[in-house]
Design a protein around this ligand. Structure first.
Ligand code: NDP
Length: 445
């Protein structure tokens, strides 16, 4: 048994019934094994043993009243995973599937992603099993207020700074920020993704999607290609998916399909993004409504079939494990050249193997979707300096950060003997930075 497989056995034993967390840890430990072999001092200092255990996990009750007067109780989580290089930073997810294992997998990935951005941010994640779908604005507000009534005591601009994720956008951040301010009597950058008139940053809304498209562009350049005339499939129709589609159009590609948790639409003429935004952002409706307006488009209930559509570039931007082995094989046999993970861990380990074995340019989430948190970091910088930058200024910074992340991942993959493997590259480049900080800071680093 090797050092890493012993550790993996211990992780599995300690975190039973948390398959997503175990999946995320396994991938990272396998990638960093050669780094640990080169740095016996990291083994002696127990860096790997410490990095897989959250510094702090908070689980709390969220009572709230719905519009009929009924009392409901949800469960809230905040996992403060690692603060070696900065305050805990990571989004909040509201989705019925949320439980501790999901928040831990997301918080763990966040450590390495945040390190890759080059901005000093530690890793954390939070959320609740609350389902915002079908709830009135008043219900969402009462829920967010109750959620923050517990969470506020753990937050601070230099302690822990949450943001949005699935089910948490500008509306929810607003309700949470208002509650934080009311309880603490402090106006501080304690959440990112804020409104533009009260501390938010331009480009934050677009950042994850834009950043992912920039990252894939860098990968395409390595084979002498661009987005020009490329067909794209983008799953999801939320924050990440919408701005992925917008940037793809700006750079010359044609996105032809999008989805939600009920089904997917395929519009061979190219997705009309205005229609999608009207349905999803304004009406909070279902993607199916698209075909009422665009008669040539098709809708199918089984949304995972979206990966059977022929495309040159694919952007899974909905949820974890949405591309399995069969979907990856379908993409490969249809000639897909590049995949950019907008969502977190959207490809199963078997799917990742299919992509790597077939030399598909594969941009793993930690690297490809890091533009969101990077721009959150830029929002924190603007808040700290009581200033705000123009759209172009922030977009340029985001673009450069994505180029740097691509370069760092590419270089680390080459240094450790797996050129072109961005999974290894991103894990290693992120780990090296955090491991050094933990080592320098001693046992409590
Ligand atoms: P949104 O809530 O805005 O949108 C999520 C989209 O994915 C919706 O279309 C939703 O459909 C669909 N979806 C969610 N869960 C499922 C599911 N279990 N099965 C099928 N479809 C699903 O979330 P975001 O766009 O913010 O997040 C999408 C992904 O990107 C997540 O993995 C998130 O962690 C990741 N991410 C987000 C960042 C951000 O800045 N927002 C930053 C980095 C990563 P429906 O409306 O039907 O639920």
């Amino acid at each position: 048994m090797s050092y890493v497989s012993d550790l993996m056995t211990a992780v599995e034993k300690r975190n039973t019934n948390e398959p997503e967390f175990i999946q995320a840890v396994k991938e990272v430990l396998e990638s960093i094994e050669p780094v640990l072999d080169r740095h016996p001092e990291y083994k002696d200092a127990g860096i790997a043993e410490r990095i897989v255990e959250p510094e702090r996990q908070i689980i709390f009750r969220i009572p709230w009243q719905d519009d009929t007067g009924k009392i409901n109780v949800n469960r809230g989580f905040r996992v403060e995973f690692n603060s070696a290089i900065g305050p805990y930073k990571g989004g909040i997810r509201f989705h019925p599937s949320v439980y501790l294992g999901i928040i831990k997998f997301l918080g763990f990935e966040q450590i390495f992603k945040n390190a890759l951005t080059g901005i000093p941010m530690g890793g954390g994640k939070g959320g609740s099993d609350f389902d915002p779908k079908g709830k009135s604005d008043a219900e969402v507000m009462r829920f967010c207020m109750s959620f923050m009534t517990e969470l506020f005591r753990h937050l601070g601009a230099n302690t822990d700074v949450p943001a949005g994720d699935i089910g948490v956008g500008g509306r929810e951040i607003g309700y949470m920020f208002g509650t934080f301010k009311k309880i603490t009597n402090r106006f501080e950058g304690v959440l990112t993704g804020k409104g533009l008139t009260w501390g938010g940053s331009l480009v934050r809304t677009q950042a994850t999607g834009y950043g992912c498209v920039y990252f894939v562009q860098e990968m395409l350049k390595t084979i002498g290609e661009s987005y020009k005339d490329k067909t794209a499939v983008v799953s999801g129709s939320g924050n990440v998916a919408i701005y992925t589609v917008q940037k793809l159009y700006q750079l010359g590609a044609k996105p032809v399909a999008m989805s939600d948790s009920n089904g997917y639409i395929h519009d061979p003429d190219g997705i009309n993004l205005d229609t999608v935004r009207q349905i999803k952002e304004v009406k909070r409706g279902r993607i199916k409504e698209y075909i009422d307006i665009h008669k040539k488009a098709k809708y199918e209930d089984n949304w995972t079939n979206i990966w059977k559509i022929k495309c040159d570039v694919a952007f899974p931007s909905a949820t974890q494990n949405e591309i399995d082995k069969a979907s990856a094989e379908a993409l490969v046999s249809n000639g897909c050249k590049a995949v950019g993970e907008g969502a977190n861990m959207p490809s199963t380990p078997e799917a990742v193997k299919v992509f790597l074995d077939n030399k598909v340019l594969f941009g793993p989430a930690k690297a490809a979707n890091a533009g969101g948190v990077a721009t959150s970091g830029l929002e924190m910088s603007q808040n700290a300096a009581f200033t705000s930058w123009s759209f172009d200024e922030v977009d340029k910074k985001l673009y450069n950060i994505m180029i740097n992340i691509h370069e760092a991942a590419k270089k680390a993959a080459e240094t450790y003997g797996t050129p072109g493997n961005y999974v290894n590259g991103a894990n290693i480049a992120g780990f090296e930075k955090v491991a050094k900080a933990m080592f320098d800071q001693g046992l409590f680093g």
